[in-house]
Design a binder for this molecule. Structure first.
Ligand code: GTR
Length: 403
């Protein structure tokens, strides 16, 4: 995975000084193209929501394929005595193409043995292959890997973002798959990823969508599997993503209403952070460094974020009325914590239409003090990462909704 080492030096064109943020105007998510304000949830759901969703498809992420696909799957391995007996492990290969068996994703699932009814579950793609998310020696390595060059045994359990035992003890399952199963994360990744291999099945050209779109769509296919697994409560799937996968999770959450809760962990530019606010990473920087993440039309806004017809608070609003957690980290200025907070604030008026309480404040909370109800936000101390603190907040947020 390619990173900018933002701790060393911010690239030219970056502002990280709050006093230098120029004024900007956010589009009102409730203002319809006929000049009238959305008056109720019916107008939102039938007119304004599809209109805004389409603007995101056209200008940011590309089309989300809606062509029905028949996935089939094979349980490659399972054990009801995983992680020292607290979990059941399943390793499932989902074939994404009706006939070509080389197009698949490998999903690793842990479910809590303490729960005798279908369990709620966190779904989150991983960056380094399934074998990296836990030291469990039975994890089958992700095979589609083109970027993991290290020998398997040196990557096993090395991804620090996971708290699988913690989630299991808390009564939640965890499902994950390697994001590169859908599209390798580089500018030529589309050539070997699903934007090419599923082009005819999905009836969509590669340039009509994006890498973020492919990862998001992949999340929906894992959801298709979870709906068929009797041990999973598919009405309680929490979709969580970090950073670039946080961006993809928000897009998947906006595109697929089956995800009951959506969590963005430090998704930053093109995720939860406002694009029109000049702070941290910019649209130009992200398009220059990761041209494959977004649709070509997004590049028009490189130096003209003022003319973007949407901003990211509208993406968050597309998830309403479902519970949404936006999280930032204090040392992660590149992701613009305040821009993420303001995005959550401004999505609130759509949640209010549904009589759901959003953040309940427009004042940024201090570090490590989560705020909000159906929309919740925290800025924790520390760097760009997924930490134990983050997982604890997400688990109790899910509890808040369901217990
Ligand atoms: C950075 C990128 C961010 C963020 C991050 C990540 O290099 O500029 O937008 O997505 O990578 O995914 O870790």
């Amino acid at each position: 995975m390619q990173y900018i080492d933002v701790s060393a030096q911010y690239p030219p064109g970056t502002n990280v000084d709050e006093s230098k943020v120029p004024p900007y105007v956010l589009p009102d998510p409730l203002l319809m193209s006929n000049g009238k304000k959305v008056k109720d949830t019916n107008e939102w759901s039938t007119i304004q929501r599809p209109y805004i969703y389409h603007l995101f498809e056209e200008n940011v992420y590309g089309r989300y394929p809606t062509q029905p696909v028949t996935i089939h799957f094979k349980i490659r391995e399972s054990s009801n005595n995983a992680l020292n007996g607290i979990a059941t492990r399943k390793q499932v290969r989902i074939y994404l193409h009706p006939t070509d068996t080389t197009v698949f994703t490998d999903v690793l699932i842990y479910l809590p043995n303490s729960i005798k009814t279908p369990a709620p579950i966190f779904l989150s793609l991983n960056f380094n292959g399934n074998q990296a998310v836990n030291k469990d020696p039975a994890i089958l390595p992700s095979q589609n890997e083109t970027q993991i060059s290290k020998p398997l045994d040196s990557t096993r359990g090395t991804d620090p973002y996971w708290q699988i035992e913690g989630a299991i003890t808390h009564g939640y399952g965890v499902a994950t798959a390697y994001y590169g199963d859908f599209e390798p994360d580089n500018k030529d990744g589309w050539k070997t990823g699903i934007r090419t291999t599923l082009k005819d099945v999905l009836k969509i050209e590669p340039e009509e969508w994006s890498a973020l779109g492919a990862w998001a769509w992949g999340m929906s296919r894992i959801m298709d599997y979870l709906q068929q697994d009797a041990m999973v409560d598919s009405k309680r799937v929490v979709l969580m993503g970090h950073s670039r996968l946080g961006k993809a999770s928000l897009w998947a959450g906006a595109s697929d209403a089956r995800f009951a809760i959506v969590i963005s962990n430090e998704s930053g530019e093109g995720g939860a952070a406002l694009s029109k606010r000049w702070f941290g990473e910019t649209v130009k920087q992200i398009n220059d460094q990761f041209p494959h993440w977004f649709v070509a039309a997004y590049k028009k806004y490189n130096d003209h974020t003022d003319s973007l017809p949407v901003d990211q608070h509208m993406l968050l609003a597309l998830i309403a009325p479902r519970p949404l957690y936006i999280a930032s980290a204090a040392d992660d200025l590149w992701s613009d914590p305040k821009g993420e907070f303001l995005s959550a604030v401004n999505a609130g008026k759509v949640y209010a239409l549904f009589r759901k309480k959003g953040l309940g404040t427009d004042t940024m909370p201090p570090v490590n003090h989560p705020v909000g109800n159906t929309i919740r936000y925290h800025i924790r101390s520390g760097k760009h990462a997924v930490t134990l603190y983050d997982w604890q907040q997400y688990l109790s947020f899910a509890d808040m909704q369901w217990k």
